[in-house]
Design a protein around this ligand. Structure first.
Ligand code: G4P
Length: 530
């Protein structure tokens, strides 16, 4: 008999959507939530996004917390599946956050605008998926507009993203001539009517044989083009191979128009069937598999909570094994302390509900007062475990913090340490001098940090440019060598918020020179949370 744990795990699908801004991530998310019954009205997700466009709006929304916290993870049921959709910040300045969210998913859905093709942010995010061998399903969006030829776009994906494309649906025409998609997965033709919500669609017309004359009746002259395309495709593309998809070397591709809700149901139907259920996860000293009875998981995101005055924070926690039960005792591995998870939250699209039980793949929110950091492992068993692979990225932008009121130095320090723990910004203390240097992957992070210092810690701070252009965490097997390196580069050495030694360099060029001079020192571009 299959255990309840195995059954619940097998029906979980935990994924994130990756895309370049404007490709249609928000629109698609909304349509997926509509199918899942998680929202009733189109426009709810969109409204949130509209407000995130301007920085000031973004911050006031962030300060309201409730909205962004609840929508960061959206759980809904679809057919026999429980789907956890993890939102990733759209703005590229918060890409560090996105990378970390991707450590908590089992697969990704990549959205591409078919007029624009592969864009820079898509490439970056795909790189992260590749690093972790995350299986990716591709949705080519906006077929109701003119764009690239489908074969051309597939060639571009293969070339730029180094992943083999296997179309499971194929578009018939585009723009004004967009007639629909042929679902190669099921052998069905779906006809497109602009503006019609296809949620109630009973399914397409089943046409397995492409020589079927009904194809000509339904598509007119476009039928021959479809036949031609598919013949070309059969010669050019390998067939879908599930193992290759799971290894992230193949991506199944779907075409549609999110705004018209067209091709979305086919995408979702195939997605829940193809995307993997939660699997084993890398950890020290051994990987952890979801069917292990004892509960475990890790934190991949920490966010200040609804009430800034109380400064409590919510930790987003991915369950990796066992069953979560409300009120259970778990060990906080980094602190070696037992804690009771009495107040965990499960995230719905619009509501938060207290969770009684949850399973591998689910994301729960745990309230805390600053004792949980990104990367923390919690377990219910006796084993000492630590989930690995949750990165900090070397910052590329730097600012010196200027405190307006020197009496607030203590609050500043506390605020910066906490914001660093949340991953909002990175904080460095140079070995020389008492300043704080902020490091960020995207410059908007500085503005948000200053605004949050004021709103949540009552500290008026400002920042000024500082002459750093690159940072690397440094280590060496030979302690003496590291001391020598430190002494020689004293003015460029700093400690990060977790006291890890960091080399701050004036420029990437200076960095490579220093690296050449000290070949036995290791310069790390990412650092695991410890
Ligand atoms: P993002 O989250 O990836 O940034 O993209 P988002 O869904 O917000 O979509 C970006 C723009 O593309 C929006 O237009 C949206 O309506 C449009 N869009 C999304 N899917 C489709 C599609 O299938 N076809 C067409 N033609 N457009 C699509 P906008 O003008 O920025 O916003 P709005 O005024 O439409 O709300």
């Amino acid at each position: 008999m299959i255990s309840k744990l195995a059954k619940e795990t097998a029906r979980r699908r935990t994924f994130g959507i990756i895309s370049h801004p404007d490709a249609g991530k928000t629109t698609l998310t909304e349509k997926l939530l509509l199918f899942g019954g998680a929202i009733q009205l189109a426009g709810s997700v969109k409204a949130r996004k509209a407000a995130t466009h301007a920085l000031s709006d973004w911050m006031s929304i962030e300060q309201e917390r409730g909205i962004s916290v609840t929508s960061s993870v959206m759980q809904f049921d679809y057919r026999d599946y429980t789907v956890n959709l993890l939102d990733t910040p759209g703005h590229q300045d918060f890409s560090e956050d996105t990378y970390r969210v991707l450590t908590a998913v089992d697969s990704a859905l990549m959205v591409i605008d078919h007029a624009k093709g592969v864009e820079p942010q898509t490439e970056k995010l795909m790189e992260v998926c590749r690093m972790r061998n995350t299986p990716v399903v591709t949705f080519i969006n906006k077929l109701d507009r003119e764009g690239m030829d489908p074969l051309e776009i597939l060639a571009q994906i293969e070339d730029k993203l180094q992943i083999e494309c296997v179309p499971l649906s194929w578009p018939v025409g585009m723009g004004k001539q967009f007639k629909g998609v042929y679902d190669l997965y099921r052998g069905q033709l779906h006809l497109f009517t602009p503006g019609r919500d296809t949620r109630a669609d009973e399914g397409g017309v089943t046409i397995r044989d492409l020589d079927d004359p009904r194809l000509d009746e339904l598509l007119g002259s476009a039928a021959d083009k479809l036949r031609e395309d598919l013949e070309l495709l059969a010669g050019a593309a390998n067939p879908y191979d599930h193992q290759e998809f799971l290894k992230a070397s193949q991506t199944p591709v779907f075409f549609g128009s999110a705004i018209n809700n067209f091709g979305v149901k086919e995408l979702l139907d195939a997605f829940v069937e193809l995307a993997p259920a939660p699997g084993c996860r890398p950890a020290e000293p051994r990987p952890v598999c979801p069917d292990e009875e004892s509960f475990s998981g890790f934190t991949f995101k920490v966010q200040a909570n609804m009430n800034p005055a109380h400064r409590d924070r919510i930790a987003f926690f991915r369950i990796c094994s066992g069953r979560f039960q409300r009120g259970m005792k778990v060990k906080h591995q980094r602190l070696g302390k037992e804690v009771v998870l009495s107040n965990a939250t499960i995230f719905m699209a619009q509501d938060r509900a207290n969770v009684e039980e949850a399973y591998p793949g689910d994301i729960i929110g745990i309230h805390n007062h600053g004792t949980i950091k990104i990367g923390d492992t919690f377990t219910a068993g006796k084993d000492e475990l630590r989930f690995t692979g949750i990165p900090n990225f070397a910052p590329e932008h730097f600012r010196r913090v200027l405190l307006k009121n020197p009496l607030k130095a203590k609050q500043l320090s506390k605020g910066l340490v906490q914001l660093a723990e949340e991953g909002a910004v990175q904080v460095f203390r140079p070995l020389q001098g008492g300043d704080f240097i902020l490091g960020a992957v995207g410059v908007l992070q500085f503005e948000v940090t200053v605004a949050r210092l004021k709103a949540e810690y009552g500290v008026e701070a400002d920042y000024e440019p500082v002459a750093y252009g690159a940072a690397r965490w440094v280590s060496a097997d030979d302690r003496k060598l590291l001391e020598e390196f430190k002494a020689k580069n004293w003015n460029n050495m700093a400690l990060d918020a977790e006291e890890h030694l960091t080399f701050l360099s004036e420029s990437p060029w200076m960095l490579s020179r220093t690296m050449e001079m000290f070949p036995r020192v290791t310069f790390h571009k990412t650092r695991e949370h410890s």
